[in-house]
Ligand binder design. Structure first.
Ligand SMILES: O=C(O)CCC(=O)C(=O)O
Length: 403
């Protein structure tokens, strides 16, 4: 690993791993370090866990279309998670990508890892960096069909991008059942694009794409029309805020095509995908860093853990006081948090004051800029954080091919 990459990574670790001490008087139950190196502070009210609760998640994308005579929600399975990577984290990731770009240009990466096509017309010229496997977009000069080329080797996923995977699993953006083992970095200069496609089935679903540097739209539709170089039209445009993760699954991955039209300014995306086991490169070996990843507790789980802890401590120390005074030793209930209100208030609270102060901080620093351009352009202003219902849509059911 070069010095630049190692320094970037050290700084990134500092940013990603919460180090704030436990509040006075609290004695977190020590848990064994996770074998994968992702060890947010063990206390269940750590900054890490609270940040994971503040991610804004939209999961109710809908566009009904007739497919083979049946009305189907072609966007079923899409999810947009905004605010997964902070501005400082995004900068570290982008710096790391630039360090790899430099290595690629200097011929310091494996031959098929780095590709920088000649910009011979508008829309063409997107740079790609492939880690984990060599993916062939179209029949190549050796006659290889599109898909994973099993006898080619590319560089392994760098540690910083593995941290991103761990973050996404820990924060419940990606399921622990489909952990990516490959990724493609796309570096778009102004006017570069990615044409309409459905991702190859050498990769499992769900897969995801993370956005950096500038916001752009991704188009979805069963018919995406090519209007000109880098210009496409489709039934649905979804803006991708920087630091957000778009999950592609279900009909959104397999019925609808997607594309990114010529971008208005430089943009980087990283698409993470898990390879089908039967398509793994012949020389691929399992990465121990990506085994046994786990999600952090939801607000409800965290509250249950806290309740269990306070019940066990009150049964030891508080009971005699109860008997003497004839009063309940239960703490005065905190005002209902937004989470409790939303759940009907019958479960144990996340400490309301703490939750709300984090919520206010997050709302202030929110990077998402809502836009309302067209009826089919989705916006982020009503994204519910984890534990909230989807504002205004919580009861809506979606009809899809996958029910
Ligand atoms: O750049 C994006 O957000 C989309 C990337 C994509 O579709 C792909 O890598 O297959």
């Amino acid at each position: 690993m070069s010095n630049t990459t190692a320094t970037v990574e050290r700084k990134f670790n500092d940013l990603f791993i919460s180090k704030s001490p436990a509040p006075a008087g609290r004695h977190p139950v020590p848990r064994p370090a996770q074998p994968n190196g992702y060890n947010p502070k063990e206390d269940d009210d750590s900054e890490e866990i609270k940040r994971s609760w503040m991610v804004k998640r939209k999961k109710d994308f809908q566009k009904m279309k007739k497919v083979h005579g049946r009305l189907v929600n072609i966007l079923e399975g899409l999810e947009l998670h905004a605010g997964v990577f902070s501005a400082a984290e995004q900068k570290q990731i982008v710096d790391c990508i630039y360090a790899f770009q430099k290595k690629g240009r200097n011929g310091e990466l494996r031959e098929r890892t780095y590709s920088e096509p000649r910009k011979w017309m508008r829309g063409k010229g997107r740079i790609t960096i492939q880690f984990g496997c060599c993916y062939n977009y179209a029949v190549d000069k050796h006659g290889n069909p599109p898909g994973i080329i099993r006898d080619e080797q590319v560089d392994p996923i760098p540690p910083l991008l593995k941290f991103m995977i761990k973050r996404m699993v820990a924060w419940r953006v990606l399921p622990a059942t489909c952990i990516p083992n490959s990724c493609i970095v796309n570096i778009y200069d102004k006017d570069d694009c990615i044409p309409p496609h459905i991702d190859h089935h050498d990769f499992l679903r769900p897969f995801c794409t993370v956005s950096f540097l500038s916001e752009c739209n991704i188009l979805f539709g069963t018919e995406l029309k090519v209007l000109g170089p880098g210009e496409f039209s489709g039934s649905t445009a979804i803006p991708l805020p920087v630091g957000s993760v778009l999950i592609l699954n279900g009909n959104g991955a397999d019925i609808a095509k997607h594309c990114v039209p010529a971008v208005p300014s430089r943009r980087i995306s990283i698409t993470f995908r898990k390879m089908d086991d039967s398509k793994l490169p012949f020389k691929y070996s399992l990465d121990p860093d990506l085994l046994n990843l786990r999600a952090l507790p939801t607000p409800a789980e965290s509250a249950r853990m806290q309740q269990t802890r306070s019940q066990s401590s009150s049964s030891v120390r508080v009971a005699p006081v109860q008997q003497i005074n004839g009063e309940s030793a239960s703490p005065v209930p905190a005002p209902a948090s937004p989470i409790q209100q939303n759940r009907g208030g019958n479960s144990t609270p996340v400490p309301a004051a703490r939750f709300q102060s984090v919520h206010r901080q997050q709302a202030k620093s929110e990077e998402v800029k809502p836009k309302r351009n067209s009826p089919n352009q989705f916006n982020l202003d009503d994204f519910p954080p984890l534990g909230f219902g989807s504002a205004g849509h919580s009861k809506k059911t979606t009809r899809s091919l996958r029910q």
